[in-house]
Write a protein that binds this ligand. Structure first.
Ligand code: NAP
Length: 530
């Protein structure tokens, strides 16, 4: 299957553009065929107009029809076979084994959202039946449920080229909610994006859906992304990437005449706190686990533990060489693209230049620059330096972490209080440590969306109870998650129908409850009819 290099606008290929680009393989530093055409302002307009036109029909489809579409997308992605894995490997440097797992996760997410909408309780239906005889005033009949927002713009993430890109979690959850999707492809993997977009387009045609339900636009400049976020037909934005880009999109969406929500997942250091008992009992095990978690995916996970807090003392002194040894043994590996690798090395240099920060260990094997490789690096600092230096509070994407020494328990708490918002926070402790850690947990709860005990934050389960979102700057809206079935809530808003005739009500609010969805009926959760 050869790649055409064009944006896909509601089932049609966009025309050629004067601005073109090629993917650069991080494995070789060489450009890959073919040439891709950057989306133009008229492409942006065509995609969003088509999405707006498709919205009325698509959002009115039954949950069963939308679920079949999601399952068909999963089927078409699998049918792309090895070609998808090989192309993604060339464009991202990610090993085939990892990409095979990620493709499984991508299909799993699509099928999960199919199940979520078939089951139906995500719509949060509430019915307060009329009380005509209530004194002093009668109560009207009130029925409320979540309804889709409209066309959603999704930015493919570089670090999950399948599971958080064209048909990733944002797209799957938005399509499930009933929203057409326009994807801004990540410029680092345009070939993989085109293949997956082709699969979605095929699935839409096979399910007889309006073609405007999905479009892919290529771009290598902020203009394309900003035009998408500012287009009047866009109703929400989903984004995963840098703080700089996420914030630019958030600001652009808020400065529109009619602002729209931007759900951006941007930057997190994922602090990991080692309490004294755990340090004494299993320092070696924690050091090894930390090295694995920090270097997993070459440190390019939003949940990488980039900060470690522990209290000074004899056990801490024994822990440092264990961690140093583990980092020295870590083998350099290829990062996703040249830009990320350059930012990583720039960030390392900056950390080295900060007074009070020491480079304590690095991979013994030199990274191969022509293969876009990065070495693992461990830094150490004290709590006063950490609190003072703002650069130490910023995410550095790559296999690096910073060990911060607290002088005592009060200092540890002050360190936690100095943190920005985080996706995750982890505590290692013995039973006794954890029993006395109430203040630590209370402080962390204010800072992070997911708290982990005696584990590592990398490896995010896609399930109903998952929370992948935290206070700013981890995300722009800590009330929502971008991973797990609750992610669908971002793309819907509640609407209340007062005294509506039965025939004009959405099916799931009708007395008979034909699908048997869970509803809060006069204060009681039930699947029963009214
Ligand atoms: P990025 O630079 O944030 O780019 C992500 C997407 O946003 C791309 O489609 C990019 O396309 C677009 N974009 C960039 N700047 C923009 C702007 N000013 N206005 C509108 N759109 C813009 O992310 P990246 O290339 O994946 O990696 C760069 C850094 O992002 C990494 O070093 C890392 O720090 C961070 N990152 C974080 C996560 C996370 O999960 N927290 C994930 C990935 C990356 P164009 O280039 O075409 O504008």
């Amino acid at each position: 299957m050869s790649l055409h290099g064009k944006s896909i606008l509601a089932g049609h290929l966009a025309g050629p553009s004067s601005a073109t680009f090629q993917a650069i393989s991080p494995l070789t530093g060489q450009p890959l065929e073919p040439t891709f055409h950057q989306g133009t302002p008229s492409d942006v307009d065509a995609a969003l107009q088509a999405a707006e036109n498709a919205f009325q029909i698509y959002s009115a489809l039954s949950a069963q029809k939308r679920a079949e579409f999601l399952e068909k997308i999963a089927e078409e992605i699998l049918a792309l076979g090895d070609e998808l894995l090989q192309r993604t490997h060339l464009e991202t440097g990610l090993p085939l084994e990892r990409l095979t797992g990620e493709r499984g996760r991508t299909m799993g997410q699509l099928r999960l959202f199919a199940e979520v909408i078939r089951e139906g309780s995500w719509i949060d239906a509430r019915i307060d039946t009329a009380l005509p005889d209530r004194q002093p005033l009668p109560r009207p009949d009130l029925r409320r449920m979540m309804l889709p927002l409209g066309p959603v713009v999704v930015f493919g993430a570089s670090n999950f080229p399948l599971a958080f890109s064209v048909a990733g979690g944002d797209t799957a959850s938005a399509l499930a909610a009933g929203c057409p999707v326009v994807v801004k492809g990540h410029p680092a993997h345009p070939g993989a994006s085109e293949l997956v977009a082709g699969a979605i387009t095929k699935a839409a045609a096979a399910c007889g859906l309006p073609a405007g339900v999905f479009s892919l636009i290529h771009g290598t400049t902020p203009e394309v992304g900003l035009a998408l976020a500012k287009h009047p037909a866009a109703r929400a934005v989903g984004f995963t990437g840098s703080h700089r880009a996420g914030r630019a999109l958030f600001d652009a969406a808020n400065s529109r005449p009619e602002p729209i929500p931007v759900f951006a997942e941007m930057s997190s250091l994922n602090p990991l706190i080692i309490l004294p008992g755990a340090l004494a009992e299993r320092g070696a095990q924690i050091a090894e686990g930390l090295k694995t978690s920090v270097t997993m995916g070459v440190g390019q996970f939003c949940t990488k533990p980039g900060l470690i807090f522990a209290i000074a003392g004899e056990d801490f002194q024994k822990f440092i060489p264990l961690l140093q040894k583990a980092f020295q043994a870590a083998v350099p590996a290829t990062m996703l693209h040249g830009g990320i690798c350059a930012s990583y090395h720039q960030g390392l240099k900056h950390l080295e230049s900060i007074t009070g920060v020491q480079k304590a260990a690095a991979s013994e094997v030199e990274p191969a620059i022509d293969k876009t490789q990065a070495e693992a690096v461990l830094f150490i600092t004290d709590s006063a330096t950490f609190r003072k230096e703002s650069a130490l509070h910023e995410e550095l994407f790559g296999p690096q972490t910073l060990l911060v020494t607290a002088t005592d328990e009060a200092d540890l708490l002050a360190l936690i209080q100095s943190l920005n918002g985080q996706l995750t926070a982890t505590v290692h402790g013995t039973t006794t440590d954890l029993a006395g850690a109430g203040a630590v947990f209370a402080a962390l709860q204010q800072k992070a969306g997911r708290l982990v005990v005696n584990g590592f934050p990398t490896g995010v389960e896609v399930s109903p109870a998952m929370q992948h979102g935290g206070p700013y700057p981890a995300t722009t809206d800590a009330r929502f998650t971008s991973v797990g079935s609750a992610a669908i809530q971002r793309w819907a808003r509640p609407v209340c129908f007062q005294n509506f005739p039965a025939t004009a009500l959405p099916e799931d609010l009708q007395d008979a409850n034909p699908r048997g969805v869970m509803r809060l009926l006069n204060g009681q959760l039930t699947r029963a009819a009214v």
